[in-house]
Design a protein around this ligand. Structure first.
Ligand SMILES: [Zn+2]
Length: 190
């Protein structure tokens, strides 16, 4: 294996570790994205550099990836736990990291969320979005049993980004307004 993995990824069982490593390969598996758990610099709370993630991108990713999501649950997405997490303000500030100018993907994560209930497993999701198109490239969360299912934490992170894009937070000229939206967003449920 090339490229350093985080202590978390290194601690996974062999099969899960291989799978984690494979997620990070791109460009015909000739290049490796940095493991987001060890990316320490350049994380930003400013939504202005978020890729244009659309509902269609989320839909395709969640349907194509073995997960709790299927066509019926996506049709009723407002009743999904992931969506409810976002509208009730449970997704903390979203951080983005462009890695470097040559990297075609943007790393995104939610700042660690304290568990609501003691029995909840720790969860720390990350995703990589294609910078130009907003396509979801890969994602991971520490709550996963090692193999690549999508959990509601990854889903919630995706929904929050999509809402920000839809609400114009990536386009606004007011950086402070966008950053404030990112750290305090709670949708008024009618
Ligand atoms: Zn999770």
């Amino acid at each position: 294996m090339n490229g350093p993995l985080s202590p978390y990824a290194s601690s996974l069982g062999n099969e899960a570790k291989q799978r984690y490593y494979k997620k990070l390969l791109y460009n015909g598996e000739t290049k490796t994205l940095p493991d987001p758990y060890i990316l320490t610099e350049k994380w930003s709370t400013n939504p202005s550099n978020w890729p244009d993630l659309t509902f269609g991108d989320i839909y395709l990713y969640l349907i194509d990836t073995p997960s709790i999501y299927n066509k019926d649950s996506m049709k009723a997405y407002k009743s999904l736990e992931a969506y409810k997490h976002v509208v009730s303000g449970h997704v903390q500030v979203v951080l983005s990291n462009p890695v470097d100018d040559k990297c075609p993907f943007m790393a995104m994560k939610a700042k660690g969320t304290p568990s609501q209930r003691a029995r909840d497993k720790p969860h720390d999701p990350w995703i990589y979005l294609e910078k130009n198109s907003g396509t979801v490239y890969c994602a991971h969360c520490t709550c996963m049993a090692g193999l690549g299912e999508v959990c509601s934490h990854v889903g919630a992170l995706l929904f929050k980004i999509e809402m920000g894009v839809k609400m114009g937070m990536t386009q606004t000229s007011s950086t402070s307004e966008a950053c404030q939206w990112n750290s305090t967003f709670r949708k008024e449920v009618i």
